[in-house]
Design a protein around this ligand. Structure first.
Ligand SMILES: [Zn+2]
Length: 300
């Protein structure tokens, strides 16, 4: 079990591909989940991929890890006979951009927020996982970047890509398939478990609360929501996640206001009422608290 959790953690951010080698990815199967209107969610290892198929070709949202690119393309070939034309990265993390170089070399146009380009162009460190990410090769970098919003007119629909400030990172985008009632949230939403919030690259639990509230406003009871991680979701799932984040802040803030250290705060077990429901994902409750406590201390 421990080995499984360790593997999940590493696959999650995908910054240790070399140390695991190709064979760990050999066992990964790509599952294709129809969402509606030619839109699909692909699951393998890493962030959930969104796919739009139709007469204009394939538009892809995120691309997991480099060793999985061929399997992902094989899965796409089963739902479309057209080429991948665009790839949109919801943020810079390696479990969402690992296939960029392969796809960029095939001529796929990569699109992302300005800060995704900025982060991928330089060394990055993710302290929570003790991982270093070197600058990406040129072919992996976005060729079109935007600062606020960009719209695609593709496959007979409008796809709106909105930047949301300082939530999971400082370069997050959500995608709204207009008039189709489908949203891809990137890692602003982890469906069913505590999220990773990358405060080192501009993320914040307060930003996550605001961002999830914005996505809720774009949703109704029929909206289908592709989360960054976890199963396909609906508005209630997102509402539960949003409410959990609010409860986390409410439970932890008094401890920060008392000036407790992380160690002292951890001993008080402030998330005990939430752990049974939310603590079964990538992060143990202690680890999750460790990733958010400094932000709450700074904010109190
Ligand atoms: Zn992420």
């Amino acid at each position: 079990m421990l080995r499984f959790i360790t593997l999940c953690l590493s696959l999650f951010l995908g910054l240790t591909v070399l140390s695991y080698g190709q064979n760990k990815y050999d066992k990964v199967e790509i599952k294709t989940i129809p969402v509606g209107d030619g839109i699909y969610m692909l699951q393998g290892a890493g962030g959930n991929i969104g796919i739009s198929t139709g007469e204009d070709g394939v538009l892809m949202i995120d691309d997991q890890f480099s060793p999985l690119t061929q399997k992902i393309l094989d899965a796409i070939a089963k739902i479309s006979d057209k080429p991948v034309k665009f790839l949109i990265n919801t943020h810079w993390h390696g479990d969402h951009t690992g296939g960029n170089e392969n796809l960029g070399k095939m001529g796929v146009v990569i699109v992302a927020h300005d800060n995704v380009y900025r982060r991928m162009s330089k060394d990055q460190v993710i302290k929570a996982f003790n991982m270093k990410s070197p600058p990406a090769p040129k072919a992996a970098l976005p060729v079109i970047t935007f600062n606020d919003q960009v719209n695609f007119h593709f496959n007979a629909m409008e796809i709106h890509v909105h930047h949301i400030k300082n939530a999971h990172t400082d370069g997050d985008s959500i995608l709204i398939f207009k008039d189709r009632n489908i949203i891809h949230t990137g890692d602003i939403f982890f469906n069913g478990f505590y999220p990773f919030i990358d405060s080192r690259t501009g993320g914040s639990i307060y930003g996550m609360i605001k961002a999830t509230a914005i996505i809720l406003k774009h949703s109704d009871d029929k909206t289908k929501i592709i989360p960054g991680h976890g199963p396909l979701a609906n508005k209630q799932d997102l509402q539960n996640f949003h409410d959990m984040l609010v409860q986390v802040v409410e439970a932890v803030t008094p401890l920060a206001q008392k000036g407790l250290s992380l160690e002292e705060a951890t001993k008080q077990d402030p998330l005990k009422d939430l752990n049974a429901k939310w603590g079964g994902g990538f992060f143990s409750p202690e680890k999750f608290l460790g990733t958010i406590y400094q932000t709450i201390l700074d904010h109190k």
